[in-house]
Ligand binder design. Structure first.
Ligand SMILES: [Zn+2]
Length: 63
């Protein structure tokens, strides 16, 4: 059974894997699960790089 989400604009039930609401035609905000996961992973990588860079600069720069 496919997951259903409510359209943000008209409240109609939309299949989670549908790209557009069948009721009002608005773009669904729930379909890009892979994109969200990828964005979060990219954010964590950036956070890790920033942390390493900050530690490196803290030790490298003269105090
Ligand atoms: Zn809608």
């Amino acid at each position: 059974m496919a997951d259903q989400v409510k359209c943000l604009y008209c409240g109609a039930n939309v299949p989670a894997d549908s790209s557009h609401c069948p009721g009002c035609g608005a773009v669904s905000h729930f379909q890009r699960k892979g994109y969200r996961a990828g964005a979060r992973r990219r954010f964590l990588v950036w956070l890790l790089l920033l942390t390493i860079f900050s530690i490196f600069m803290a030790f490298w720069l003269p105090r």
